[in-house]
Design a protein around this ligand. Structure first.
Ligand code: GLU
Length: 416
């Protein structure tokens, strides 16, 4: 048996090649869309001598300037950023944004660094990428391990290097005090919850009878789970980097407010909630539920885990959550997959709202941002869902075809 492919760039390329074949793209167009426009790898050496590796991958700018997140996470590498950068092209395209795709970041572990070290990493990252970014060229946003404060430091550094006091539009995901958008922090989770509520309606599952397992209880899943819990869903399992908990009787559900308090009070393991059984991440995968929400960092869903999964819906709120082999298993098991290209788009949508606000010198109230995001996520779910029904396609394939086709159509307008 061949070895399972874990490399994110190979996973995203597989989905692209399948879409290219379904859309009958010619070889020139395929080559063009496979290629990465620009990429950069560099070392970052801090004043105290610590050394890190930084990356920036800009895949495609047919639809607009490059846009994507900044990831600070241990052991990230160039191939991961290539995969994530390509993923952003397809995500931005599917969501109808006037943006191309990119991703950047550093192989550091923010949890182990001082504020001073983190600030230095942010500033050095901007120093190295300065010539390839900016409000007319490429706008970085937040991703795993990167906070609003860090985005603010990056904006300040970019402005300083430009000789201008504040170029608000240089990055997104900034603190609201520095012209960040209200609603950006929780946007990925909020957007994910909207598409989950929509798919439940399509499948005729009453949200009050819905049992949810959330993999990765962090910045993305906390707001998602909060909304679903408020809507009456039972959260019966949670996992984080320390392990997992599962409610054996599976019906009362975990007290999410307490779980969030515990998390926010200082990274204590979920086991301390003393509710439900403490199990391993692998064991959690085999527990029965209606919706599995994946928001862990990295490709955590392998074929073996997919085989043991017992869910009706998988919502990918993280990026490139599942291997190709795992995806084949979902197809066979008829699990409804809300692919990352659709379900994780809330964050970049609010980043785009932030870009619009920065250009207009405006700051919209949170309720305006949330109403716009909710409307968009409902519409984009319907767009993908309808296309998949009409064409008889698995939802990931439908979403990929729509995403690739939009870039292809725009590209055709620019070449002879
Ligand atoms: N990190 C987010 C994503 O993967 C959004 C990036 C951004 O806001 O530019 O979609």
């Amino acid at each position: 048996m061949s070895k399972e492919i874990m490399n994110p760039v190979q996973i995203i390329e597989h989905h692209f090649e399948q879409a290219a074949a379904r859309l009958h793209l010619d070889s020139t167009m395929r080559d063009y869309l496979r290629a990465i426009s620009r990429e950069l790898s560099f070392t970052l050496i801090l004043e105290n001598g610590k050394l890190y590796h930084g990356y920036l991958v800009q895949h495609d700018c047919t639809l607009g300037l490059y846009k994507g997140g900044t990831r600070f996470f241990p052991e990230v590498n160039l191939d991961e950023f290539r995969g994530l950068g390509k993923g952003m092209t397809w995500k931005n395209s599917f969501h109808g944004l006037p943006l191309g795709g990119m991703k950047g970041g550093v192989d550091c572990d923010p949890k182990t660094l001082t504020r001073k070290e983190l600030k230095e990493i942010c500033e050095k990252f901007i120093d190295e990428t300065f010539h390839l970014i900016g409000p007319e060229m490429a706008v970085l946003g937040p991703d795993a391990g990167v906070t609003a404060e860090m985005m603010g430091w990056m904006m300040k550094r970019y402005s300083l290097l430009s000789g201008v006091p504040n170029i608000w539009g240089a990055v997104t995901g900034k603190p609201t005090e520095l012209h960040g958008s209200y609603g950006r922090k929780d946007a990925t989770g909020t957007g994910g919850a909207v598409v989950i509520l929509e798919v439940l309606k399509k499948l005729g599952i009453n949200v009050k009878d819905c049992r949810i397992i959330a993999e990765g209880f962090g910045n993305v899943n906390i707001p998602a789970v909060k909304i679903l819990y408020k809507n009456g869903a039972k959260i019966i399992g949670l996992s984080d980097s320390h392990g997992a908990i599962f409610q054996e009787n599976g019906f009362e559900g975990i007290d999410i407010e307490r779980a969030i308090e515990l998390k926010e009070s200082g990274k204590k393991p979920l086991a301390e909630l003393e509710t439900g059984k403490v199990i391993t991440h692998d064991e959690l995968f085999a527990m029965p539920c209606d919706v599995w929400i994946s928001a862990a960092v990295g490709t955590t869903i392998t074929a073996q885990r997919a085989k043991s999964m017992n869910a009706q819906v998988l919502a990918e709120l993280g990026n490139i959550c599942a291997t190709v082999e795992a995806d084949e298993i979902f197809r066979g098991k008829k699990i409804v997959v809300l692919p990352d290209t659709m379900a994780s788009g809330g964050g970049v949508n609010v980043s785009w709202y932030e870009m619009v606000q920065n250009r207009q010198w405006e700051q919209w109230p949170e309720k305006v941002v949330l109403a716009k995001l909710q409307k968009h996520m409902k519409e984009i779910f319907e767009y993908g869902w309808q296309y998949s029904q009409e064409k008889g396609l698995y939802l990931r394939d439908a979403v990929f075809d729509l995403a690739v086709k939009r870039v292809v159509d725009a590209r055709r307008c620019t070449v002879c």
